[in-house]
Design a protein around this ligand. Structure first.
Ligand code: DAH
Length: 359
């Protein structure tokens, strides 16, 4: 019996266990109730006393070896041993998690709203699907007005044939009389009207948001982009207030040496109207490709709120005056970070977006 057990000891050693199934076979053969080791212990009982000591020891060795081998492989298949014994260095610091970053449009939008909040402007947002009244007519762009062509419009529902009275459109959305004159707003100036209809002066707010225009997509233009509209209406708001507000904004945004200049322009909702240029902060106004050699770059449109617009919103234009301005967030971002293609903002290329991590 001793020799038999010795042979079995060698056999246990040799047996290959490579799968869970083989381990189960091993257990059944050696360790189960009807297995070899139990059978040997049964035989052991019949041994003569003098043989028991030596055989007993070898038999115990066999039992322990088989059990040990079983335990080792069990642990391995359950993942324990593999992790502990593999090359993994558990003291190594973990790979850093790559954090996302704010989109450059959000970064610049927040910079703009921060600057204006410091001088008392509140921030309001409103709808992107707008009716003709708020996007056009109330802003002194009645139907057939040539200035409507300044902005190519996406229509959700065609304009009403009657033209530009408020009643012809939809004071509520969706209107009960059928859907007429509904557009994707072409500018955030529509929010001016919403705010003036719902509150009396003093009003000092900015309105950031997305706008839509039927434009061919190129490096310079897109069919949607973002604007920030500003509105200040009160008693005695003057052109000097407008100029000083925009100078403050430009210097906070582009650096304290920045100068502004105003050029006469035309917008139906402001009278007089201006376009504002800032001195080119890239070349220090010496002339470069960004300012096309002129030393100045255009950043926004503005003016004194047209009294007709105040009256359209039931604000007494004898008592109140106001200024308004509107700027493109993409334009400001492109200038500030010298981005030469507007499409980059919408392609979600991480190599582009991650450059604004610290902005
Ligand atoms: N709404 C104009 C646009 O989208 C921008 C603008 C110009 C807004 C002059 C204003 C303004 O409030 O006074 O081109």
């Amino acid at each position: 019996m001793k020799n038999k057990i010795h042979a079995l000891l060698a056999e246990v050693e040799e047996i290959k266990v490579e799968t869970k199934e083989q381990l189960e076979e091993f257990r059944l053969k050696w360790l189960a109730k009807k297995g070899l080791v139990t059978a040997l212990f049964d035989d052991f009982k019949n041994l003569a006393n003098e043989d028991r000591k030596e055989v007993g020891k070898t038999l115990n060795d066999l039992k322990n070896k088989a059990q040990e081998k079983f335990n080792r492989f069990k642990e391995k298949f359950e993942g324990g041993e593999e992790t502990a014994s593999s090359d993994m260095d558990l003291t190594k610091p973990a790979e850093p998690i790559a954090f996302g970053s704010r989109h450059p449009i959000s970064v610049v939008r927040n910079q703009i709203t921060d600057i204006f909040s410091r001088i008392g402007f509140t921030v309001k947002e409103d709808r992107e699907i707008e009716d003709d009244w708020h996007n056009f007519s109330a802003l002194n762009l009645p139907a057939d007005h040539p200035a409507r062509d300044m902005q190519d419009t996406f229509f959700v529902a065609p304009p009403p044939p009657e033209g530009g009275s408020k009643e012809a459109y939809s004071p509520d959305f969706p209107p009960s009389g059928g859907l007429r004159g509904v557009v994707l707003r072409t500018h955030t100036s529509s929010v001016q009207i919403r705010v003036m209809e719902n509150s009396q002066p003093p009003i000092r707010s900015i309105f950031p948001g997305r706008v839509y225009r039927k434009e061919n997509i190129s490096a310079r233009a897109h069919c949607f982009f973002h604007q920030v509209e500003g509105l200040y209406v009160d008693e005695n708001v003057s052109f000097a207030d407008l100029k000083q507000t925009l100078l403050y904004f430009s210097q906070e945004m582009f650096g304290e040496k920045t100068k502004i200049r105003m050029r006469p322009s035309y917008f139906p909702f402001t009278e007089p109207s201006m376009e504002v240029d800032i001195s080119c902060f890239i070349c220090g106004s010496k002339g470069c490709p960004i300012c096309k050699g002129s030393g100045w770059v255009e950043i926004l449109g503005c003016g004194m709120v047209n009294p007709k617009v105040l009256e359209n919103c039931k604000i007494d234009s004898k008592k109140h005056t106001g200024f308004a301005f509107g700027m493109g967030i993409e334009r400001i971002a492109m200038l500030k970070y010298q981005i030469n293609d507007i499409r980059l903002f919408y392609e979600n290329d991480v190599r582009f977006l991650s450059q604004f991590k610290s902005a």
